[in-house]
Ligand binder design. Structure first.
Ligand SMILES: Nc1ncnc2c1ncn2[C@@H]1O[C@H](COP(=O)(O)OP(=O)(O)OP(=O)(O)O)[C@@H](O)[C@H]1O
Ligand SMILES: C[C@@](O)(CCO)CC(=O)[O-]
Ligand SMILES: [Mg+2]
Length: 328
């Protein structure tokens, strides 16, 4: 049995625009997915996803869609559980040349699903590392990031950037622009997260921005303007200038909102954070529902969020220095 963990992330700047080649700056946070992988005697894949539904459930099948199990959960939940893990395992079979190998996979995660904190990337990165090690292959972080990117790209219908997967594999703060992925220095940031209890559909939200961008020149300009914000944000990050970072995050949120990926509850949480004198606040990840990220060294924002209707959970997040970790 091999067990690996990988962190989730928040976007300081640049989600969505990064899909069109603009830069983005995500930061790994200390909320992790742990994936245990044990080789089976047959070629089946069995996934136990502890946190995927309220009850958790187990899916076992032979690996083809016609061979789906007869379990008491909806087909969409099964696809949700299987999609990323299935493809991650396919990547490991490919990289190790072990086409017929089967696994028992167990997933436990502190990262809310579909909420903008990169749960999919964390699960995929940890699964790839653990499955490869279970077969005696130790992959470098760059190779894990590459294989995890291919997984997200496949599952998200060809619409994924390298940002989430590179960030989860390497940890820390990163900068991603097209194929260029690098780690960057970041000061200790006072990150506060508000979670509305909901989720957004990454594929649908990305497709919505793509359509707007094709229809309206000003939507394409908005995507480019987000790239300009990111470049200014990198300077503010290097200077440790929290006030400027906050202003730019506010601006970035406004443009994401214009692109149609915010929601009432995300906007409400963003305003609650601003009213509490956070330096700035924005949605993080694909949007549609899920999480906002704010910068505030005082307890005010966390307290204000915890009293905000529509905010289900408010918590502080530490930057995760480490990306993928080998636990067993
Ligand atoms: N604990 C888990 N167990 C099994 N699968 C998981 C788990 N967490 C996430 N996943 C997979 O990731 C999917 C959610 O990925 P999605 O990209 O929509 O959201 P996210 O990664 O949380 O947010 P974002 O991409 O906006 O940062 C789930 O539908 C599921 O397939
Ligand atoms: C919306 C998006 O930019 C971030 C999702 O966390 C999609 C991607 O980069 O693949
Ligand atoms: Mg994701």
């Amino acid at each position: 049995m091999a067990v690996s963990s990988a962190p989730g992330k928040v976007y300081l700047f640049g989600e969505h625009a990064v899909v069109y080649g603009e830069p983005a700056v995500p930061c790994a946070i200390e909320r992790r997915a742990r994936v245990g992988v044990e080789q089976r005697a047959d070629s089946k894949l069995r996934v136990h996803a502890e946190d995927l539904s309220l009850d958790g459930f187990t899916v076992e099948y032979g690996g083809s869609t016609d061979d789906r199990p007869d379990v008491d959960v909806s087909e969409s939940l099964i696809s949700a559980a299987m999609g990323y893990v299935d493809e991650a395992i396919a990547q490991v079979r490919d990289v190790t040349d072990e086409d017929e190998v089967g696994f028992d996979v167990t997933i436990e995660s502190d990262i809310p699903l579909g909420a903008g904190l990169g749960s999919s990337a964390a699960v995929v990165v940890a699964a790839i590392d653990a499955a490869a090690r279970e077969l005696g292959v130790s992959l470098e972080a760059d190779e894990i990031a590459e294989r995890a990117y291919r997984t997200e790209h496949e599952v998200q219908d060809g619409q994924a950037s390298r940002a989430d997967t590179f960030c989860s594999a390497t940890g820390g703060a990163v900068r991603v622009e097209g194929d260029d992925c690098r780690s960057i220095e970041a000061p200790d940031l006072p990150i506060v997260i508000g979670f509305d209890g909901g989720a957004g559909d990454t594929g649908q939200l990305v497709a919505g921005v793509r359509d707007l961008r094709e229809e309206y020149g000003f939507a394409a300009d908005t995507v480019e303007a987000i790239g300009d914000i990111v470049r200014r944000g990198e300077e503010a990050l290097a200077d440790g200038d929290l006030e400027e970072l906050g202003r730019l995050m506010n601006f970035n949120h406004g443009l994401l909102s214009a692109l149609g990926v915010s929601s009432r509850s995300l906007d409400t949480m963003v305003w609650a954070a601003r009213d509490a004198d956070a330096y700035g606040a924005k949605l993080t990840g694909a949007g549609g529902g899920g999480c906002i990220v704010a910068l505030d060294p005082t307890p005010e924002t966390e307290t204000a969020l915890s009293f905000t209707p529509g905010c289900e959970d408010a918590f502080r997040a530490e930057l995760a220095e480490a990306g993928v970790k080998r636990l067993e």
